[in-house]
Design a protein around this ligand. Sequence first.
Ligand SMILES: Nc1nc2c([nH]c(=O)n2[C@@H]2O[C@H](COP(=O)(O)OP(=O)(O)OP(=O)(O)O)[C@@H](O)[C@H]2O)c(=O)[nH]1
Length: 136
Amino acid sequence: MEKNPTMLLVVAAALTNEVGEILLQKRPEGRQMAGLWEFPGGKVESGESPESALVRELKEELGIDVDGQNLIPLTFASAQNGDRNMILLLYRCTRWQGEPIALESPELCWRTAANMHDLPMPPADEPLVRFLETMT
Ligand SMILES: Nc1nc2c([nH]c(=O)n2[C@@H]2O[C@H](COP(=O)(O)OP(=O)(O)OP(=O)(O)O)[C@@H](O)[C@H]2O)c(=O)[nH]1
C-alpha cells in the first residue's frame, strides 16, 4: 500500500446460512453511508492480512469466531470511496462459531442475493450482489 497511499483496502464477508441466506448489517447513524445495508467487514489495518482483518472485524461487529481457513475468496469490487480508490474483497463464509449479534450496528438481516435489491446498499456493493445472484 505504501506505493499507492490513495488505495483503500476493505474486506467483507458473505456469511451464508444453511438455506442460502446472507447476513447484512445496517450502518449506524453518524457514520459514512449511515442507514445503508452492507456485508460485515471493514478496513484492513496496517500490518494485517486481509483474512486476519476480516476475522477481527467479524468478532468486533458480530461477536462470532471465524477460522481464517473458512474464508473463501469470492469476488471483489473497485469503487471510489471519498477521495480514495477502494478495493473491496468479498469472502464467502459458511462456518463460524457463535450466534451473530449486532454489536456495532442497529440491525441485522438475512437475505438471499435475489432479495437484496429492495435494500439500500452502498453503490460498490451492486456488482457484488449481482455476482452472488449468479451463484444461487
Ligand atoms: N463493511 C463494508 N464496508 C463497505 C461495504 N460497501 C462499501 O462501500 N463499504 C465501505 O467500505 C468502508 C469500510 O469502512 P468501515 O468504516 O466499515 O471500516 P471500519 O469498520 O474499519 O471502521 P473505522 O474506519 O471507523 O475504524 C466504508 O467506507 C464503507 O462504506 C460493505 O458491503 N461492507
